[in-house]
Design a protein around this ligand. Structure first.
Ligand code: HEM
Length: 448
């Protein structure tokens, strides 16, 4: 944090100049990871610049990020830029909604993520992973990210909606994927919403394909509600006026949970598999733990507390490769951060990618070192120096679910297989709402 005398609160902090009209958008779009990292390196803990749709403030210090997400969270909404990106697909679901609607959504959905409830998902998670592994032939090359996307989508649909989406995995997965890619086009941000650009057409088509499946799924479940799950709770829920939720609102929640609940975990697994392939010593240690703790049995909930190295591996992977590389907020009223006034309507950016690689908090920050995650190390770390799941009231609702799922899938896979990265494969990422690989990640799978 700067120790200089605080400037007057009206001044804008220093930041990159950028081009007229599109500001720094082009530099950001060219290589977002480099842009955000360079901005932090050059301008320090808070940087700002103007863009077409208003000023951007990038916060690079854990304490400032804590101020926005935790201490002063009531003053912040997701904001117009967040809505522009995800709104067209997730509508007014829990991720996008604000105020009373968000509180109702969170309250409604929270029970599905209670620790007791999450425990019940463990067997289904390992069953789904084992079913996937039955399709892996010794010595074949697999596109692991595709496999992870499929298995995590099936798991979230079964856990939260009680449905087996075997027949629809491709339709749902490809529509969500298409949407995520098209939503990043520069034209979505700089051209007025009425202009039907190619990317907006792709977004509309992806949405239509997705909705066709999701509305069917909702109607089918409405007719046969079955066990208690999120969908059953949504059918029974009432809105602020005591009315049943509209099918449209239910659709928004379902799509939000399908999207938020599978791609992030799949990414974290893909990145972990990549990192393990690049660090055989870490893989050996992981496998030694699995052999010792599991004795060849499928991992269960009871094994989780003993899989300490597995947990360190997942944590370190989410540090170096956070599946959500940055989040944004918008102040409702002016806020003062490091003496600077952040005006209402500004976009505040906070990048896990930058903070998780800051040498002030992590020695040798680019090294993949699961061993660094000791209790003492965590106790000394500033709170928001590690925030893969964000923080405060809008912290990820699925954090425990995701950690359990990642550990169980990893343990089940590495107990049975050694994964070898196809030579020449690099992890080249694009920053959409999530950090996603630009290329396939082919790996040869060898049965142990
Ligand atoms: C490694 C896996 C995951 C990561 C890294 C992750 C990360 C995040 C982050 C950073 C946010 C905050 C977004 C923001 O403030 O703009 C978030 C929110 C959310 N996540 Fe996750 N997530 C993961 C897995 C999951 C899973 C498995 C589910 C559900 C099954 C889920 C459901 C949600 C929902 C519903 C929200 C919105 C919460 C709210 O606004 O109240 N996430 N997640």
């Amino acid at each position: 944090m700067s120790s200089d005398t605080p400037p007057t609160s009206r001044e804008m902090p220093p930041g990159p100049d950028g081009l007229p009209i599109v500001g720094n958008y082009l530099a950001f779009a060219r290589d977002p990871f480099e842009f955000m990292t360079e901005t932090a390196r050059e301008y320090g803990d808070i940087a700002a610049w103007e863009e077409l749709d208003g000023p951007i403030y990038q916060l690079n210090h854990p304490d400032y990020i804590e101020q926005v997400l935790v201490q002063n969270n009531q003053n912040y909404i997701k904001g117009q830029n967040f809505q522009k990106t995800l709104g067209p697909i997730t509508g007014n679901g829990i991720l996008n909604s604000e105020g009373a609607v968000w509180r109702r959504n969170r309250h409604l959905i929270q029970p599905a993520f209670h620790p007791d409830r999450i425990q019940e998902y463990a067997t289904m998670m390992t069953d789904s992973t084992e079913a996937m592994l039955e399709g892996w032939d010794d010595g074949e090359t697999r596109l692991v990210h595709e496999d992870m996307m499929t298995v995590t989508l099936k798991i979230v649909a079964r856990a939260l909606f009680g449905v087996d989406i075997e027949d629809h995995v491709h339709a749902i997965g490809s529509a969500l994927e298409e949407f995520m890619e098209a939503s990043e086009s520069l034209s979505n941000y700089i051209l007025p919403e009425q202009i039907p650009t190619p990317s907006r057409r792709r977004i509309r088509q992806a949405r239509e394909r997705l909705d066709a499946v999701v509305y069917d799924l909702i109607e089918e479940r409405r007719a046969n509600p079955g066990e208690q799950n999120v969908l059953a709770m949504l059918f029974e829920a009432e809105d602020e006026n005591g009315n049943a939720l509209s099918t449209r609102q239910i659709r928004d929640e379902v799509v939000t949970l399908l999207l938020a609940g599978h791609e992030t975990t799949a990414l974290s697994l893909t990145f972990t598999m990549y990192a393990l392939a690049r660090h055989p010593e870490v893989e050996s240690k992981l496998v030694a733990e699995l052999d010792e703790e599991l004795n060849g049995q499928t991992p269960t909930m009871a094994d989780i507390p003993n899989l300490t190295y597995t947990e360190q591996v997942v944590k370190e992977s989410m540090r170096l490769y956070p599946p959500v590389p940055g989040i944004i907020r918008e102040p409702v009223k002016p806020d003062i951060i490091d003496g600077y006034e952040i005006p209402p309507g500004a976009t505040v950016r906070m990048h896990q990618w930058v903070v998780h690689r800051d040498p002030r908090w992590y020695d040798d920050p680019l090294a993949f070192e699961p061993e660094r995650w000791t209790d003492d190390f965590e106790a000394d770390l500033p709170k928001l120096a590690y925030f893969p799941f964000a923080a405060g009231p809008r912290r990820c609702i699925g954090d425990r679910f995701a950690m359990l799922e990642a550990k169980l899938i990893l343990a089940t896979v590495y107990q049975q297989f050694h994964l070898e990265l196809t030579p020449g494969t690099e992890l080249d990422l694009m920053a959409t709402v999530t950090a996603r690989p630009k290329n396939e990640i082919p790996m040869t799978v060898h049965r142990r």
